[in-house]
Each structure stands twice: as C-alpha cells, then as structure tokens.
Design a protein around this ligand. Structure first.
Ligand code: TYD
Ligand code: MG
Length: 455
C-alpha cells in the first residue's frame, strides 16, 4: 500500500527499527521485535506535550504561575491514598492488573458515586448492557455517567467533543486504535499513539484521564514500557484469584509517594475497602494451634499483623519437599539453615510447608522471626499463645536484627489486643516504653526467642 511502511517495534521497550533484528539494540532483550505497519508521517512530528510544533520559550521556574487546583477526591479513600490525595486535574493515570482482578469494577464503582462532574466511560471490552448490569449490582446508576462502547480513537475524540466530560475513563488502552495507523489494537505503535493523544487531551483540557491496562503473564504491562513513561501514575491492582483480597499499589506516581497501599475485598456487590487489614488476616479461634505465628509486617507505611502458618512433617519420600506461599522460598531455605546450625534442629529430612494467610505476598524481612517460630512450633507441636506476636529480621548467624518503624508495629499489635510482642534487642533505644500497654520482650538471638516462646 502506498504511504504505508513496515517497522519493527520492541515489545519490551518500544524501540523502533526499520529492519528485523534478533536483539533489541535499545534494551538488549532477545526476540522482542514485532512487525507492524504504520502510515508514513508527513512533515515534522507534532506529538509534543502541547501538540504544537511551534517553538516555546523557556521561563524561570519562579515565574510560572500555578493555579492551586484542588485534587479531585475519589469516593474510595483507599484509592485517594494510593493516588497521593486524589486525582490531579489534567493528569493521566494507568490502572494495570491481570484480567478478572477487578479493574473495571474498581473504576466503575468509584465513578458511579461521583455526582459533581460528567464522566465518560469508554469501553472497548464490554457492551453497554453488560456494564449496566454490573453497575446495577455495585451501585446506583447515575445520570452524569455516560457509557460508550467504542474502539476507534477518532470516534472517541468526537464523543469527548460532544459530551465535554470532566473525567474520562478508557477501558482498556489495549482495545482502542487510531485510524492513522495500520497496525492492530494493542500493538506497540497503537498503544503509544493512543496514549500520547489522550495525554495531549488531558494536558490541554485539564481533564483527568484514567486508562485501564492489561498485564502480561510475566507481570509486565502489556504494550511497551513506553506507556509507563507517558502516564503520570501507574497503579497496579493485584491479588490472588483464589482469595478475596485485592491490593492497589502505586508503581509510579508523579504527584505522591509510591509506598502507599490500598486494600480491598471482592464481595458480591463489588469491592469493599478494608480499613483494618489485621482484623481480617488473623483467624479468631479459641483453640491454640501449633505451627501458627503472628508477625507484624509493613506494606508501604501501613503496618498490619499477619498469620504465618507452617507445617513440618517427616518426609514420606526420599527428597524432602519445601513449599512456600507468599514468602520468598530462598529466604525460607536460609532460615531453615539458620535453625539447623544455630538452634540445633534437624529439619533436613522433613517436609516444610509455609503459607502466609490471606494470599498476601510479604517481602518485609521483619517477619523472618515469625516464620522461624511457626516452623519450630509445628516441628515440636507446641502452639504459640494467641496473644503473642513477633517481629524481627534474622541474620545468618542467628542474630535478630532491628527492623524499621518498630513503634508503629508495636502500636498495631497493641491496638489488636496482643499482650506480648517479641522485638529485636536494641530496636527501641531512646524510645519511652512506659506509654505502651503491651509486654515488650527484647530478643538478641534466635535461641533466645525460641526459649521464650516454648519454655
Ligand atoms: P472485572 O472488574 O471485570 O475485572 P477486570 O476489569 O480487571 O478484568 O472483575 C471481574 C471479577 O470480579 C469477576 O471474576 C467477578 C468478580 N466480581 C465479584 O466478585 N463481585 C462483583 O460485584 C463484581 C462486579 C465482580
Ligand atoms: Mg475489565
């Protein structure tokens, strides 16, 4: 076809090449170049921030006027927290997650409760009736939310022109395509083109835009990294399909911190915010079970208590099994080695299964000591008292290392009615402990912790 050329795009970084290459010259990944047909551009590129090709004048920072526009509060407090206090006018944010995790539900549920502005929800995935059925289930459909099923970028722009929304949602960025390009929706060039056109719209009109994006099997946002560079904030909605909890994390945020975490629960009628995660993550039984230890972990700046469950049994077949859910398996092996070497427990011929309750994944090393305690509790079949919780990182020589934000962790344990907490020795240096209403036991070595727990 005339005016159409073939180019190769890297799936990983979005780099462009005029011929096929085995290895991307830009990011060095192998076998990532895919062929796409694009229309040849005439004249110079106009995809700048303002879309105009004419030259702009540099101005001193101090001379730039900032309209102190308030953030647009979303109905969900958890979402506001992750966004850093609400949506910034003119910003473009991307919500990514695996299919079926609840991205559309999250966004729909929020916009249904906004009454103050007109909202345009562009869906390339579901029909208007499907969306209505879902909306009926999760909220009260309102008159200010407009739904359009459209996949052509040009048509979407016409709808925007007509409706003049105060908030635009595109579900999902991988389903829409510009007529200017030959390639199919979801390809690198389409995703890039559509996102930058919407970015231009957001910046010029000061209307916030929310894009929904898919995630590939290996956990990357489908489409190139380029998409992450274009948008102002990238939020990941994640969780385990088998569990009801969903976590919303900021991966990138130009207007706030990335250490915030939002927790939701998927219910019959949509998503429910979880304000106090600890209460849900602990099992409330009167019976004391062996193999269970309660640890205090931090996600971003929130602390909560989690249950670590372990099962240790004699290996039935030759090689002992090690199975871990929600915790790093290499780290567990290291902790087992520490137990063996420093505390003298023979676990080499035992199967060890470890699970973090609630389907959460914990990276916080402060739960090391809880992991060790749970494993040992199962091994010797002695329960740890319900009201005891444990925090501390374990070093290779069996020493208990200090953890961050210890005061916050103790407060959380106290709030949840724990009466004893094991913490690393020296972690509370200079802190006035008289205000705590919980027994604090300072521990320096693994053996000491075990003696305290199973004496
Ligand atoms: P959805 O928002 O369609 O996911 P995504 O847009 O990320 O692909 O969520 C779909 C899942 O959520 C579906 O498997 C069913 C579940 N769900 C509920 O459990 N309760 C509800 O009220 C709704 C609306 C969905
Ligand atoms: Mg969806």
């Amino acid at each position: 076809m005339k005016g159409v050329k073939t180019v190769w795009f890297c799936n990983n970084c979005g780099a462009e090449s005029s011929k096929w290459v085995g290895r991307c010259p830009s990011c060095g990944e192998w076998n990532t170049m895919t062929e796409e047909k694009v229309k040849e551009k005439k004249g110079r590129s106009t995809t700048g921030l303002t879309g105009r090709a004419d030259i702009s004048t540099p101005v001193p920072v101090s001379a730039i006027e900032t309209a102190d526009e308030p953030r647009i509060k979303m109905p969900s407090e958890e979402l506001n927290r992750v966004l850093g206090g609400g949506l910034v006018p003119g910003s473009i944010i991307l919500i990514g997650g695996e299919p079926g995790i609840g991205k559309s539900t999250l966004v729909l549920q929020n916009i249904l409760s906004i009454k103050s502005r007109t909202i345009l929800y562009v869906s390339g995935e579901e029909s208007a009736r499907q969306i209505k059925m879902r909306a009926d289930r999760i909220g009260r459909p309102s008159d200010n939310v407009f739904i359009v099923c459209e996949t052509s970028l040009q048509n979407i722009e016409e709808h925007i022109e007509k409706i003049q929304p105060g908030l635009l949602i595109v579900d999902s960025i991988q389903t829409i395509a510009s007529d200017d390009l030959e390639s199919v929706a979801g390809s690198v060039s389409q995703v890039r083109e559509c996102a930058s056109r919407l970015l231009k719209y957001a910046k010029e009109s000061s209307i916030p835009v929310i894009l929904i994006g898919h995630i590939t099997k290996d956990g990357n946002l489908a489409g190139p990294k380029v998409l992450e560079h274009i948008v102002d904030a990238v939020l990941h909605f994640e969780g385990d399909g088998q569990h009801i909890y969903r976590l919303l994390r900021a991966i990138k945020n130009r207007f706030g911190s990335t250490s915030e975490l939002g927790i939701y629960e998927m219910c019959q009628r949509g998503l429910r915010e979880v304000r106090n995660p600890s209460e849900m993550l602990l099992t409330h039984t009167d019976e004391e079970l062996s193999g269970v230890a309660v640890g205090v972990t931090m996600e971003g700046i929130r602390s909560f208590l989690i249950e670590v469950q372990a099962l240790v049994s004699t290996a039935a077949y030759g090689t002992p099994q090690r199975s871990v859910n929600g915790f790093d398996s290499k780290r567990m092996n290291m902790l087992l080695a520490v137990l063996e070497k420093r505390a003298g427990f023979k676990l080499a011929a035992k199967d060890v299964f470890l699970n973090i309750a609630g389907g959460l994944k914990v990276n916080d090393p402060a739960i090391d000591l809880a992991v060790i305690s749970a494993i040992l509790s199962s091994n010797i079949d002695m329960p740890i008292p319900h009201s005891t919780c444990i925090t501390g990182e374990v070093g290779l020589s069996g020493e208990i290392r200090p953890v961050g934000r210890i005061e916050q962790r103790i407060r959380e344990a106290e709030k949840l009615g724990m009466d004893t907490i094991l913490i690393p020795r020296g972690n509370l240096k200079g802190v006035d402990t008289s205000s705590y209403n919980i027994r604090i036991i300072e521990i320096a070595k693994v053996e000491e912790a075990l003696r305290t727990l199973f004496a």
